[in-house]
Design a protein around this ligand. Sequence first.
Ligand SMILES: NC(=O)C1=CN([C@@H]2O[C@H](COP(=O)(O)OP(=O)(O)OC[C@H]3O[C@@H](n4cnc5c(N)ncnc54)[C@H](OP(=O)(O)O)[C@@H]3O)[C@@H](O)[C@H]2O)C=CC1
Ligand SMILES: CC(=O)N[C@@H](CCC(=O)OP(=O)(O)O)C(=O)O
Length: 353
Amino acid sequence: MDELNVIVVGASGYSGIELIRILLQHPKVNIHHLFVHSQEGESIDRIYPHLRQLLESPIEKLSDLTIEKIVELKKENEVVFLATPSGVSKELGPQFLEAGFKVIDLSGDFRLKEPIQYELWYHLEAVDSSLLQQAVYGLSEVFPKEIKEANYIANPGCYATSILLALAPLYRRKLPIKSVIIDAKSGVSGAGRGYSRNTHFSEVNDNFKAYKVGRHQHIPEVEQVLTDLSGHQVTVQMMTHLLPITRGILSTIYLDLEKEYKEEELVQYYVEDYGNQPFIRVRPSGEYPETKQVVGSNYCDIGIFLDQRTKRLILFSAIDNLMKGAAGQAVQNLNLMMGWEQELGLRFVPIYP
Ligand SMILES: NC(=O)C1=CN([C@@H]2O[C@H](COP(=O)(O)OP(=O)(O)OC[C@H]3O[C@@H](n4cnc5c(N)ncnc54)[C@H](OP(=O)(O)O)[C@@H]3O)[C@@H](O)[C@H]2O)C=CC1
Ligand SMILES: CC(=O)N[C@@H](CCC(=O)OP(=O)(O)O)C(=O)O
């Protein structure tokens, strides 16, 4: 088969450049067009010199993406990755969809099914409900059948990915969960390449802080999926923190269960659900994930601890926010949509130490 031509919009951002890193060595994909918003320079290696001799393709301006241009692009390209901020994807995505593209959107614009929820948490006007319904939530291991059929993928948020992969086996089995507390921490690349006071070096280095307290946009995303899986309204307590590291998310999740379980029984649920999944590594009892064991790869590592003293169940879930939390999962979804092997182009060994 000929290579599949793809377009990356938002190629100058951290998720965009991670997509390039993956797609460059994907055996069935050709990176055909790159679009940026404000960066100047005639080729991508001028913005990112680490790409010199690897990819020196010209960059084009997002402002040139008229409907006519998108229709023209469709003649030679099948798939577009939107690695653009929320608020931007919702303008571009429907135009690419209308032109016949398969769209993989890394932003939050199409994740929440209720427009009112999007407006509440993102403070932006939502797209039409009928468009929202067309988008499939791209949590690869949980919704593979829906992803295969989809033309528009709402790629999950990075925190939401680590949290939902840890919780899905419990919620889809409708375990009697009394309360859930999610304590999640991310490296700074989760905030993207743009400059901000919260993420500049002296604010983050030698520091550790909670942020977006009570207002993180992944809270409704997590609640929506857990509600769908369990069939009842789920509310979670969730807190996000900024770690002085570049990549990686570790979510620690505390659950009070109404019934007594044995740890082996719970571990077994994870092995049943994820035993055949190439990117989920369920740790045996007594072993717990660390960000360094997944960074640079598409793995999600999950650890399970049932505290006999407090009877509380504690889950640990580690991912690389730019890989499994963004570009890696986006390519995994591309593979599912095209009917290819899930691991194609994604066989990265974590970078250790
Ligand atoms: N970073 C992460 O870990 C994750 C990110 N995401 C999502 O992926 C998307 C990209 O994030 P990330 O790569 O971190 O962001 P960056 O800020 O690093 O990059 C954003 C990209 O979008 C372009 N862009 C910025 N502002 C605008 C605008 N107003 N109009 C059009 N284009 C614009 C930028 O172009 P230019 O540089 O030329 O200005 C750049 O290419 C976001 O929706 C984010 O929420 C999802 C999961 C994880
Ligand atoms: C460290 C950091 O700032 N992380 C980002 C999460 C990135 C992400 O997944 O954002 P979207 O939902 O917008 O796609 C945040 O907390 O907002």
